[in-house]
Design a protein around this ligand. Structure first.
Ligand code: WTA
Length: 645
């Protein structure tokens, strides 16, 4: 396999360099993990009061970090920088889907946050209250997050694509008293009717006292007297001065819901001190952030990637974060590249699913823009197929940008496994090694490390600062889901392989691993193979119960435009897989589809595909599905297959 070494030019300017910097960090973290984090915490962040102890591990698995310390995320993101020349640097460069633009310097952002904090204070909200933020991707979403953080109000951002039903579940579970929303948001040229969804949800949520509505689309909405107010009305005449609360290091910063194996979403709880430390260090170590960088994470703030790497991370280190409101292909498939060109983005972070979509659109779109400002690329959310990696590297990165394939989860809060771009030799498709201070490993069913070349479960051995602290209102489920599978270890739920050189390859969720004739097959590996075929844009593989082999491989395939979904092509793809990996994993069936069911964050919902192939209908939770019609089409196709049998 080809190794991609960092270029001399990149390595020389990197925040972490091979030799002294990097090896010293790794060995310090190994020999004295608490001392390691303590030292960085002192130099990296502002603390109103220092901690009594770095880590309290007396109540496993309910760990506490920087015990007794007082700090504030909003202060660390804003006030600190405004005491220096950074105050006049852009904090946010924002672009609306329809082309409108705004720039907020650190000083302007601080003022906006303080003003909104005063609004919340005046309505009676205090530390410990819960606020739901159901907003489009406008600067007022980070403003609301930072205002909550400033006062210690626990925020829960609900992705704007969620239905009123999903919104209601979250409001109720959190017992929130405040909802911040907008009259709408723009997505693919249409208005997303956010306020209407809030109204529907609130029919069953008597605990909500206030709905604050930001004016974005000027759509017609109804305002309920006594409950709803306009953001700008509330702000009129409010002073832009509101000191940050000195909060306990373990004060909850936010709750973010994520789907689990059951229908009920899990409320992942993150706290303040440790989270801000680790997120900040990832900006420096992984994204190699320099003072002059323009940084763009093209995720949605509704997901953890947006929390840690659009809002908190970039602002903690004082860089400029680009925020784009709308769809990547609106009005044309080159929208992202036009942004990179216009803002001269240096560091760009996106998902494999987006990369595959761009491959499908064709090389002409990136070709229309000057992408030479880019110096570093990132990927997150799922394993990246080596072929997609190569495309990203050559077509977007011009062959000159390292790619950081970052592995982490909503639960981990911050990046855990990733290349360090000036140091690590890259292998396309591998997240490479755990970051300094992170004891991630691949183990067998008994928790023993696998030998080089072996496959097993991904775990984390020791507590890490940005770890989630519990599940909101459900500590038993926290223990049961994450801490009971392997005593003493954090059970990630992903399968992984450690190769001969110690590189970690995350293979996908444990429930995405199949067993065909006693062979363990990774869906990710099969999918990656299919996607390497010149006719395939995207593929999802699931196991179907099979009397002979235990499970049989069913592949759902979206062909690249211009390739007809014929029986000949299906046969060719089955042979291709057999030839590339081995006959034992030749798919039993190839099913063509013009789209695959995905969550709104872009993850393929294999659970639904599994249900379709086993029962031909879908019963589980589909509230996170992007496009319901895909599922109906696939289920109908399944019925046809049955009728034809
Ligand atoms: C998967 C997103 C392979 C993994 C930040 C994990 C990845 C889940 C990678 C968490 C990666 C994320 N390589 N797989 N670089 N990054 N995953 O909570 O299965 O939305 O457990 O957090 O995505 O997804 P979540």
């Amino acid at each position: 396999m080809d190794l991609y070494q960092p270029s001399k030019e990149f390595a020389e300017r990197a925040n972490l360099r091979a030799g002294a910097d990097y090896e010293a960090l790794i060995s310090d973290a190994r020999s004295d993990p608490e001392g390691f984090w303590e030292q960085i915490a002192e130099s990296e962040l502002h603390w109103f009061r220092k901690w009594d102890s770095v880590l309290d591990d007396s109540e496993h698995p309910f760990y506490k970090w920087f015990v007794g310390a007082r700090t504030n995320m909003s202060f660390n993101c804003l006030d600190r920088h405004c005491q220096t020349e950074r105050r006049d640097r852009p904090a946010i460069l924002w672009e609306g889907e329809r082309g409108d633009r705004r720039e907020l310097t650190y000083q302007q952002l601080l003022e906006a946050v303080q003003r909104f904090s005063n609004v919340l204070k005046a309505r009676g909200y205090r530390a410990g209250d819960r606020a739901i933020l159901y907003m489009p991707m406008v600067p007022e979403l980070p403003v609301a997050m930072l205002a909550c953080a400033r006062l210690g109000i626990i925020h829960s951002v609900v992705f704007a694509g969620f239905s009123s039903e999903a919104l209601k579940t979250r409001i109720l579970d959190l017992d929130a008293s405040l909802v911040v929303t907008a009259d709408g948001g723009w997505r693919r040229g249409k208005v997303v009717p956010l306020k209407q969804a809030v109204d529907e949800a609130l029919d069953d949520c008597p605990g909500v006292r206030d709905v604050i509505v930001y004016r974005r689309t000027r759509s017609e909405i109804t305002m309920q007297q006594g409950r709803d107010s306009w953001w700008d009305d509330l702000e009129a005449g409010v002073p832009a001065d509101c000191p940050a609360e000195e909060l306990d290091s373990e004060h909850p910063l936010y709750v973010l819901y994520t789907s689990g194996t059951t229908g009920k979403p899990k409320g992942i709880v993150h706290t303040t001190g440790g989270y801000q430390l680790q997120v900040s260090m990832a900006m420096r170590w992984v994204f190699d952030i320099k003072d002059e960088d323009i940084y763009w994470c093209a995720a949605d703030i509704g997901w953890v990637t947006g929390h840690s790497y659009i809002v908190y991370g970039p602002l903690l280190v004082g860089t400029t974060t680009v925020i784009y409101e709308g769809a990547p292909d609106y009005p044309g498939p080159d929208r992202f590249w036009s942004l990179v060109d216009r803002y001269k983005v240096n560091v760009f972070y996106t998902s494999p699913t987006a990369i595959r979509a761009f491959i499908r659109f064709g090389d002409e779109y990136p070709g229309r823009h000057d992408l030479s400002s880019l110096r570093l690329l990132g990927s997150v959310g799922e394993p990246i197929n080596p072929s997609a990696w190569e495309w990203y590297h050559s077509v977007i990165g011009g062959g000159r940008c390292p790619i950081v394939d970052t592995w982490w989860q909503t639960e981990t809060g911050s990046i855990m496994i990733s290349p360090v771009p000036g140091v690590t030799a890259l292998k396309p498709g591998s997240g490479t090694f755990p970051l300094p201070g992170i004891s991630a490993d691949v183990v067998d069913g008994e928790g023993r490390p696998v030998k080089p070349g072996g496959e097993g479960y991904l775990v984390v051995r020791k507590p890490w600062p940005s770890m989630f602290r519990t599940l909101w209102g459900d500590p038993e489920r926290f223990i049961e889901t994450y801490w009971s599978q392997m005593p003493g270890l954090y059970f990630v739920g992903d399968a992984a392989r450690k190769d001969e050189d110690g590189y970690i390859w995350v293979l996908g969720r444990v429930d995405d691993v199949m067993n065909v004739s006693g062979h363990r097959l990774s869906t990710a590996e099969l999918e990656s193979t299919l996607v390497r075929h010149t006719a395939v844009a995207e593929a999802a593989v699931v196991g179907m119960p099979d009397e002979l082999t235990g499970q049989a491989v069913i592949a759902f395939v979206t062909p690249i435009r211009g390739n007809d979904p014929t029986d000949e092509l299906a046969a060719e793809l089955r042979d291709w897989v057999a030839q590339q990996i081995g006959k034992f994993c030749r798919p039993k069936q190839i099913r063509f589809s013009d789209a695959l069911p995905k969550t709104r964050s872009g993850k393929i919902m294999r659970r639904l595909l599994r249900e379709i192939v086993t029962t031909s209908r879908v019963t589980g939770d589909i509230t996170t599905l992007e496009d319901l019609s895909v599922i109906n089409r696939l289920a109908a196709q399944q019925d046809e297959e049955r009728d034809g049998d």
